[in-house]
Write a protein that binds this ligand. Structure first.
Ligand SMILES: [Zn+2]
Length: 319
């Protein structure tokens, strides 16, 4: 409800005609008290509202008051609106949330698992997106945003438990893999191995198209000499790690995004800041560049783990 059913209105050149027509005697610049029944429903004039559940008073635009009231038939403040929804649904269906109605739950469940639904849904998606919706960038972005929001929310509450670090997770994953494929590690399953190889090849081809040079010889990558070189680079890089992070401005070297706050993420998270070598370790090795240069301060930068991973160790940019 609205206190005294009234609102104080400033008379301006824009509204004077309206209120004169409503029989108010006033001049531009006057503040007059008007009965809310004479105000347009979408008026931005302020009114003092009284919550019909907790009786708290608030100042609100008349239009917002009306929208709130129209939704459920009575007005309630923000704090009580959750309560209000429950009351309304409970009166109507006898439960607190609509989705709890057994009938609805069962019918939705039946429909969503039916072959007919799956077929229709698939066709609609392919018509609309040219592929399944889950394969679109929109979907991926949406999921990523939802996940980020959820993780932030859980972190704020202090409830965040990264899936990867949960107790028993490794065992569960391994058991799941074994039940499904008869092997614990994906690389021991021929069909998965093939899939991984295919993806690698596709990624490699994309990189080559984008101007990256392909290092075809995997034997170099797998050689002991390279591993030795790589270990030395890692060791020397590590010595500079603290200083690098200390002097870092928080910006991702490759895409300019501010990612310093991502240090609170789990270190396996794709957005976690990691050290990268601008000239890759592999390039350094194959071009006889000394470890000291590859692991030098000037060759180090910080980027998101996923960017680092995407760059690939066997490829480097030809500039
Ligand atoms: Zn209230």
């Amino acid at each position: 409800m609205i206190k005294n059913n009234e609102s104080v209105v400033e008379i301006t050149p824009r509204n004077i005609k309206y209120y004169n027509n409503k029989q108010y005697i006033c001049n531009i610049g006057d503040f007059i008290t008007v009965d809310i029944s004479t105000m347009p429903k979408m008026s931005h004039n302020l009114v003092i509202t009284i919550c019909e559940i907790c009786f708290t008073e608030n100042t609100l635009m008349f239009s917002k008051y009306n929208r709130n009231k129209d939704r459920q038939g009575f007005y309630s403040c923000k704090k009580c609106s959750g309560h209000k929804r429950k009351v309304t649904v409970k009166n109507k269906y006898g439960v607190e949330y609509i989705s709890q109605t057994e009938e609805r739950r069962i019918s939705a469940c039946k429909w969503m698992t039916s072959d007919e639904f799956k077929a229709t849904s698939k066709n609609t998606q392919i018509d609309k997106y040219g592929c399944l919706y889950v394969q679109t960038d929109d979907h991926r972005e949406m999921i990523s945003n939802i996940t980020k929001e959820r993780v932030n929310y859980l972190k704020e509450k202090g409830d965040y438990n990264c899936v990867l670090s949960q107790m028993g997770n490794k065992e569960k994953r391994e058991k799941g893999m074994f039940d499904k494929y008869g092997a614990t590690y994906s690389f021991n399953v021929p069909e998965i191995k093939e899939k991984i190889e295919n993806t690698k090849n596709i990624n490699r081809n994309i990189k080559i198209e984008q101007g990256y040079e392909s290092i075809i010889d995997d034997t170099i990558y797998n050689s002991i000499e390279f591993k030795f070189y790589q270990n030395k680079v890692r060791y020397k890089t590590n010595l500079l790690r603290n200083r690098l992070f200390e002097l870092w401005n928080g910006i991702d070297y490759y895409d300019g995004e501010f990612i310093k706050n991502n240090l609170t993420l789990h270190h396996n998270d794709g957005s976690y800041p990691t050290i990268d070598h601008k000239i890759s370790c592999f390039h350094g090795f194959t071009h006889n560049i000394s470890v000291d240069i590859i692991a030098s301060f000037d060759n180090l930068c910080i980027t998101k783990r996923k960017v680092n991973g995407r760059k690939g160790h066997k490829l480097h940019f030809v500039s």
